[in-house]
Ligand binder design. Sequence first.
Ligand SMILES: Nc1nc2c(ncn2[C@@H]2O[C@H](COP(=O)(O)OP(=O)(O)OP(=O)(O)O)[C@@H](O)[C@H]2O)c(=O)[nH]1
Ligand SMILES: [Mg+2]
Length: 493
Amino acid sequence: MTRRACGASLRLQTAVPGAADLTLMTRTDTIVAAATPPGRGGVGIVRLSGPKVPELAAVLLGDLPPPRHLTFARFLDARAEPIDAGLAVFFPAPASYTGEHVLELQGHGGPVVIEALIARALELGARRAQPGEFTQRAFLNDKLDLAQAEAIADLIDAGSREAARAAMRSLQGEFSAMVRGLTEAVIELRSYVEAAIDFPEEEIDFLADRALAERFEALREHFAGVLQSARLGRLLREGMTVVLAGRPNAGKSSLLNRLAGYDAAIVTPIPGTTRDVVRERIAIDGMPLHVLDTAGLRLGGDAVEEEGVRRARAEIARAERVLFVIDAAADPAGNAWREERERLPGDVPVTLVLNKCDLTDSLEKPPAAIFQTSASLPGAEGAALAPCDTPPRLYVSARTGAGIGELRAHLKGCMGYQTVEGGAISARARHLESLARARACLEEAARQLTERRAGELVAEELRGAQQALNEITGEFTSDDLLGRIFAGFCIGK
Ligand SMILES: Nc1nc2c(ncn2[C@@H]2O[C@H](COP(=O)(O)OP(=O)(O)OP(=O)(O)O)[C@@H](O)[C@H]2O)c(=O)[nH]1
Ligand SMILES: [Mg+2]
């Protein structure tokens, strides 16, 4: 079944409003847009895609250029006067980016020239492209799957070399291959279970088979591996959320300001200065990080402070890492951490940051007595530690900047910068949700198997897992989701 046919059958089931004309539009429209950013530049590219391209090219250029050859041409207006002169290249369907006839005009990069070319194409029957519409057509024509299409937008939006590399890996199909591998393993398991259902007299024995339990176990591990890569990929793309928490006056706001490089939050010697959550987006070597400064955790403040503490706890629960800041001068034994660890959610990874080390000599001589079980630093090992169990610790001074380089390296390590074997792939929250849903189905299938030996229910859950995985590559995706994904692209891509 082609992807279009698949989309059409899904539309019948879901009756997505406004989606009915999508397939038709793709078949009949010719679209046009500038492929280079607005503004002045050496070269400006106008791109057209659709069935009318040969006809349009013949009028616009006086002749259709030979396929796939960069050809010098004048770009003509309605009176056959040149709007511009430059290079034209024609890619006949289906061997083009979109899978349709594509024409690219490379002219001089001025906004007036480019708009005049687009206007001429519109006169000749083309329509302005929506954001991402070229790539959407490529997807609908099976040129790439949905995860690859998203990787194109991620590559364009990449904020660091590492994020760009990750997007490139996804674009080349590495992530899709991982998901397909997982899907095949689910299908294999499903066939195995369905075979058991088809031979009911043997079903009980079959489902009790040790080999089946082992297959489930192998699939679980497979899932864990893909999820880990996808999580790291998402962090690279969307950034990790780091929450600064600790007692009042520990130096959380000072640390935020130090990491941001400017005065984002108010710092005073008065405990209880920060009340609301202060959010800053910062980059460490181009890797995005959302740092949240919060109210100091203590009991017995006024109503405003109480609300601040409540918000702080809510952010801590959502964090991808908590930097628990301790005033190393006032609390060298780390009592604040000992008291607070019980109240922190068990599944949030924590790093202890001993601040104000300019007031102690702990930068040179870390007080070994504080946390005997703590792990060494930086980064990678800490990221893999059991959450809140033996948190890694760092010594810094927000005032002098000592130890901040190590803290940055540690945060980079937590994002998987050094730990991903072969590098991360780029992934989005949408992918993680689908993976999580697929894994939940798998766990439910395993439960149905061990607790009830209910073959039909096992097969049904596995079918659910397969469907959730298919959403990642777009084998089974509703048109409104497609609309949302491609709307995030730039025009001309
Ligand atoms: N000597 C020294 N003082 C620091 C350091 N970091 C922060 N301070 C001081 O400690 C006091 C409290 O700092 P803040 O950054 O406001 O502390 P906080 O944890 O945000 O406090 P609350 O907002 O009240 O929870 C201020 O007077 C800072 O100048 C440091 O590394 N060394
Ligand atoms: Mg503060």
